[in-house]
Structure formats: structure tokens, C-alpha cells
Design a protein around this ligand. Structure first.
Ligand code: AMP
Ligand code: GLY
Length: 428
């Protein structure tokens, strides 16, 4: 089968590596891909958001099956457009992707179907929102309704900060139309858990749980990033919590989407917080998480292509999705300055043929580029993800850090405490 993956990050690299293991994957194309993905697949310069360009490429190349992973193309209806062209694709259609594309929709869904989440108010008027934050309990969380490159959420620790967030989104339109409406939400606390799940709209198969590390600096300080590392499984996700999530969150969400006439087929991401009142939904994503995917997919033992095709065809219940009982850690190496501005084009040293010598870690490329002369250079904020699986979480973490020492580029930085909280939880 000829496969096409849309996207260019570490997540897409991990998906390509998993698909490559399938005996039925004869050829894998990636649009646009990156310097490292190009060593595993055929990459071409078509933007992930260029729906017409992607559909034309897929037809021209005779693609049999496509996998759409980034939020923008999913919310723009790329899966719908591919289906119209007769090309089946993994991922939700435009109407189902709304579960991530509009926080107002997601919050309304949870309220209507009794799915546990933070209480919230919705505003489409800056004055009313500003008046609300003058009197609401603090801390409070201000969220832009639409997609905002992961920057649309502010956890405001003071009234001033909340007012600033409202102005930034609604008046200055820092996120464009995504900030035309705001969700202002009750602050929750507790450990966070990410659960990615395959679902075909009826059956749901949660993947191994994971923990992201969103802040740039050690001790969860600094700015929010796309994610600086992940570990799996998440020790807070006990069998009891898993059961509760399945009954009160996962199945109700799948049924709610059906009842709304928006059956969700693809990977549904549950961003959860384990509060004193039990697990609550912090956010839904309509796609695989990054960097959770780079920690989770190396633990998948079943053929990913077979699972994805079953999801698309609505026969997930017939497939047994098997997972290794090992642990894994993905450590992100980032460019100095990220998530603010950073330099690009710095040569990356320590990787021979895109891989570490000895293969201690699987290297997933995020922001890299291969120059015509052959040098591999940085081309983004998150540059590489180093993923290691091992029988114990401590070993996986050690492995990832040992691998990081072999790699260097100008300005490279990474968090020193990926997995530390999880290890502490395991040690009780
Ligand atoms: P999101 O972009 O929706 O993933 O949110 C980014 C981060 O903001 C989450 O991972 C949480 O750490 C935090 N967050 C979002 N909503 C809340 C909330 N209601 N209470 C506390 N923290 C939150
Ligand atoms: N790691 C969080 C996300 O992918 O949105």
C-alpha cells in the first residue's frame, strides 16, 4: 500500500516509523516532512494546510491511504476532501474535529452530556469578559475559542493577568478570529494525564497513558511550549482511575459525538486533570499529541496501519490493540530561546545517518532540515525528540539523558527533570 502522512513534526516522524514496520506499507510519502523524516519516507514540499495541493499530490501518486495528524488541516476538513477524492484517511472529518477546533463547542458538549470538566462562562464581548474577571475567583483560566498554536490558554494567577489575557485575545486579536470568543474557566489543580485513544465512533481503545511536560523550564516553570518531553505510562493513571475515565469520560464523549451527528473516527486525545473530585477533562484534541506520541507509539505491538484502517472502516472492535508493558521516555532537545524567537540553521552534531551511533535511543526529528551539501541543521523550536523504552521508567529516563549528551547544536537546551515527578509518584 502507498501511504501518505500529513505533517512535519516529531509526532509525524514517530507515526512514520511505526507505519514502516507494517508489512503492507510499500511506500510512505510525507507532506512536507523534515530533514529526518526524509530518511524514512519520500517528502515533498506541499504545506500541511494546502488541502487542494495535498489532494492533487495524493491522486497523482496513487495514494491508497492517508493519515492526517495536525490540528489545522483536520479542522479545515482535509479528511473530508480526501474522502471526496476517493482516498480513505485516518482522522476525524471537519465536523468531528470541532471538538478541538472550538473550545466553546467542547465545553457545551461536556455540559450537555454531564462529562466532568471545569465550570466555565463563554464571552463574545470584551467588556463583559473584563467585567467578569473583576469579580470571579482567582486563579482563573482564559482560553481562546479557536486554534492558537497552543498559545491560546492563560492560567491567570491574578486579576490583572486575567484582564491582560482577555485584552490580548479579544481586543488585540493576538490569535486572530480564534479569540473572537473566549471561555473563562474555573482553575483546577492536580496531576495531569494524557490519554490518546483510537476510536471509530463506537469502540474505543485507549493507548498507554502518558505525561507531557508543557513548561519550558525545570520544575514546571517558564513559558508554555508545545511540550518538552513525555513519559509513559503515567503512574497517576491507576487501573481504578482508568476505569472511572472509561465510564465517565471516554465512552460518554464518543456517545455524545454520535448523538450530535458528529461521529469521531481517529485519535481522540483526552487531556485530563486528576482533581480531588476525580478525573476531569482539561481539553480534547482531535489528534495524536506531540510529544506524547513519541513516547507512546514505541510501546505499540500491533500493526499501526491495521489499527488505523480498522478505525477508518468502523471495525475497531474486531482488532486487538496490544501494548508492551515497558516504560518509555521522550526527551525534547530545543533551540535556545524557544518558545520565543530562536535561531535556525545551526548544524546538529552527533547524529550519523540521522541516528545515534549504537542506536541507544530512537531519534524523532521535529525541526530539522537537510542542506543540499548534506549537513543537518536546526529548523524549528523543538528540534529532536530522543525516545527510549526500557523495563523500568528510571532506565528509560536515564537512557534518554545519556543519548542527549551525544548531541549538540548551538543554543541547544532541554529540561533536566523530564519524568522526575512521575518517578517520585512511583516511589510513593
Ligand atoms: P491547553 O492548551 O488547553 O492544553 O492548556 C494548557 C495547559 O493549561 C494545560 O496543560 C494545563 O496545565 C493548563 N490548564 C488548562 N485548563 C486549566 C484549568 N481549568 N485549570 C488549571 N490549569 C489549566
Ligand atoms: N502535547 C499536547 C498537545 O499535543 O497538544
Amino acid at each position: 500500500m502507498k501511504l501518505l502522512v500529513i505533517g512535519s513534526g516529531g509526532r509525524e516522524h514517530a507515526i512514520v516509523r511505526a507505519l514502516k514496520k507494517s508489512p503492507r506499507a510499500s511506500e510512505i510519502h510525507v507532506l512536507p516532512g523534515n530533514g529526518g523524516i526524509a530518511e524514512d519516507a519520500i517528502c515533498a514540499e506541499v504545506a500541511a494546510t494546502d488541502i487542494d495541493g495535498v489532494v492533487a499530490y495524493a491522486k497523482e501518486q496513487g495514494i491508497d491511504y492517508a493519515v492526517v495528524t495536525p490540528d489545522d488541516p483536520l479542522c479545515m476538513g482535509m479528511v473530508d476532501a480526501l474522502a471526496e477524492a476517493g482516498i480513505p484517511a485516518f482522522g476525524p472529518d471537519r465536523r468531528a474535529a470541532e471538538i478541538e477546533g472550538s473550545k466553546v463547542f467542547a465545553k457545551g458538549l461536556m455540559k450537555k452530556y454531564g462529562i466532568p470538566t471545569a465550570r466555565c462562562e463563554v464571552f463574545d464581548d470584551a467588556e463583559a469578559a473584563l467585567k467578569y474577571v473583576e469579580g470571579c475567583p482567582i486563579p482563573v483560566v482564559v482560553k481562546a475559542d479557536g486554534l492558537a498554536l497552543g498559545k491560546g490558554v492563560v492560567v491567570a494567577m491574578s486579576r490583572d493577568e486575567a484582564a491582560e489575557a482577555v485584552k490580548n485575545a479579544m481586543v488585540d486579536r493576538a490569535f486572530g478570529e480564534s479569540g473572537a470568543r473566549l471561555v473563562i474557566e474555573e482553575y483546577l489543580s492536580g496531576p495531569e494525564i494524557s490519554v490518546l485513544a483510537f476510536t471509530d465512533g463506537n469502540a474505543i481503545a485507549p493507548m498507554v497513558s502518558s505525561m507531557d511536560h508543557k513548561r519550558a523550564l525545570d520544575g514546571d516553570r517558564g513559558l508554555n511550549t508545545g511540550g518538552m518531553g513525555a513519559i509513559a505510562p503515567n503512574p497517576y493513571y491507576t487501573p481504578e482511575v482508568a476505569r472511572e475515565c472509561m465510564e465517565r469520560i471516554f465512552l460518554p464523549t464518543v456517545r455524545a459525538m454520535n448523538a450530535e451527528g458528529r461521529p469521531f473516527r481517529g485519535c481522540l486525545y483526552f487531556g485530563l486533570m486528576l482533581t480531588e473530585d476525580g478525573p476531569k477533562v482539561i481539553e480534547y484534541n482531535c489528534r495524536f499529541g506531540d510529544p506524547e506520541t513519541q513516547a507512546v507509539l514505541p510501546l505499540l505491538e500491533t500493526d499501526l496501519l491495521a489499527v488505523m484502517e480498522a478505525v477508518t472502516a468502523g471495525r475497531l472492535a474486531e482488532v486487538e490493540v496490544k501494548w508492551s508493558d515497558k516504560c518509555s521516555c521522550c526527551l525534547v532537545l530545543a533551540s535556545g530561546g524557544y518558545p520565543k524567537s530562536y535561531k535556525k540553521g545551526c548544524e546538529i552534531r552527533g547524529l550519523a545517518d540521522g541516528q545515534l551511533p549504537g542506536g541507544e535511543a530512537e531519534v524523532f526529528h521535529a525541526g530539522t532540515k537537510r542542506l543540499p551539501g548534506g549537513a543537518l541543521v536546526t529548523n524549528g523550536g523543538r528540534v529532536l525528540g530522543l525516545s527510549v523504552t526500557a523495563p523500568a521508567l528510571g532506565q528509560a529516563i536515564e537512557g534518554a539523558y545519556a543519548a542527549a549528551e551525544k548531541i549538540s547544536f548551538e543554543g541547544m537546551y532541554y529540561r533536566r527533570d523530564i519524568g522526575a515527578r512521575a518517578l517520585a509518584a512511583l516511589e510513593g
